[in-house]
Design a binder for this molecule. Structure first.
Ligand SMILES: *Cc1c(COP(=O)(O)O)cnc(C)c1O
Length: 386
């Protein structure tokens, strides 16, 4: 551990800000000068831009990705007595939103190689109470939407895509959020398109859903001070929209940089001889790691680059000791969380999710990562002995 070794942060947003500082500062200033803070023209411009980007007709800006999921469920009238299918290996907000509208989450395990819902297991949990499926496009790669759409059509179930980590991800050339009845996006600062705070959006091809969500985000109000339904304050700030309007045109470029970083990791891990396949998870990785699979037909945007390691916690400690950022997404599968105990699941119910929680590790992948930094991350991982 000599002082000359470089440090590698998990995420550093400062280079991105530096590159766009003049435009971003101008955008913030113009909102300040207008004193127009809530919804308004910046938000409308951003909604149109994102809808176009996702190849759908409507976008409705909301206060966060979590609130996007909540209003999407509310707009579909999903509540007590209804079941919504998703996976236990996702960000808390996916399942939290289902519970917050009073519905019951019904969980399906993930595929080990993509971390996404195993579509072949969905039909076994469908009941006459199933109203919707929320496929999560985890880490920036889309779930198998062809299989999910077939099942949803067959059983008359709605699809809400949780694309909080996957704006701009594609499957067979089509963007995330253009497959389901609605798509939910987050502009939390660590997402590929991140604001200067919280923000989110629901996108949809359906004009009626879009109108209902517009009402719901503003207390169900339409016209002013007349309420046909009970919504909440789920509005997007003009300040966030102004910042995001500056960033949106750069998003594809940032995706490409993340993909180049992922390709370099793959090349270097392979050269180091430590790359194993997901099949080997069932036996032993023999000191190696599993790098994320990009399934045929998928355009992965690498919000996270997540590996498996048999001795994950020791590897993580070694990386931290070498000033290399890494993080566990997520250390406890959601079916084992204390607050979801009432759902009645137990350890062993979702083996792939549980294994991901105990063996996965996210490496630095942000666009401004240098090749030298990636080389250093690989060097430390390749030198690791359990
Ligand atoms: C980030 C995220 C959310 C929630 O987004 P917020 O804007 O943080 O509320 C929901 N689902 C997934 C999969 C996420 O990664």
């Amino acid at each position: 551990m000599s002082e000359s070794k470089i440090t590698v942060p998990l995420l550093d947003l400062k280079p991105q800000y530096a590159a766009l500082a003049e435009e971003l500062d101008q955008a913030v200033l113009s909102v300040a000068r207008s004193q127009y803070f809530i919804l308004g023209p910046e938000v409308e411009c951003f909604e149109a831009g994102v809808a176009n980007y996702c190849d759908v007709d409507h976008g409705v800006g909301v206060s966060s990705g979590t609130d996007a999921l909540i209003v999407a469920l509310m707009a579909l009238g999903i509540g007590p007595g209804d079941e919504v299918i998703t996976t236990p290996y996702t960000f808390f907000g996916t399942i939290g939103s289902i519970v917050r509208v009073g519905a019951t989450p019904v969980l399906v395990d993930i595929e080990p190689d993509t971390f996404n819902i195993d579509a072949s297991k969905i039909e076994t949990v469908i009941t006459d109470k199933t109203r919707a499926i929320i496929p999560v496009h985890l880490f920036g790669q889309m779930a198998d939407m062809r299989a999910i759409k077939d099942i949803a059509r067959e059983h008359d179930i709605l699809i809400i895509e949780d694309a909080a980590q996957a704006i701009g991800a594609k499957q067979n050339g089509r963007p995330a959020c253009s497959f389901g009845h609605m798509g939910c996006l987050s502009f939390f600062p660590t997402k590929n398109l991140g604001g200067f705070g919280d923000g989110g959006m629901v996108v949809t091809d359906d004009a009626d859903y879009a109108n209902i969500i517009k009402q719901l985000r503003n207390h169900g109000m339409e016209p002013k001070y007349y309420h046909s339904r009970v919504g909440g304050n789920f509005r997007l700030d003009a300040l966030q929209a102004a910042v995001l309007n500056v960033k949106l045109p750069h998003l594809n470029n940032w995706h490409e940089q993340r993909r180049e970083n992922a390709a370099l990791y793959r090349k270097l891990f392979t050269a180091a001889g430590i790359t194993r396949t997901a099949d080997e998870l069932d036996t032993s990785l023999n000191g190696g790691i599993v790098v994320p699979l990009e399934k045929d037909g998928n355009y992965h945007i690498y919000n996270q680059f997540v590996i498996y390691s048999e001795h994950r916690d020791a590897l993580m400690a070694q990386m931290k000791a070498n000033d290399i950022g890494c993080e566990i997404y997520y250390p406890l599968s959601l079916h084992e969380q204390e607050c979801f105990r009432l759902l009645g699941y137990k350890r062993g119910d979702f083996p792939n999710s549980e294994r991901a929680a105990s063996m996965s590790l996210a490496l630095p992948i942000f666009p401004d990562l240098s090749d030298e930094m990636i080389e250093r991350v690989v060097e430390v991982i390749a030198a690791f002995k359990a």
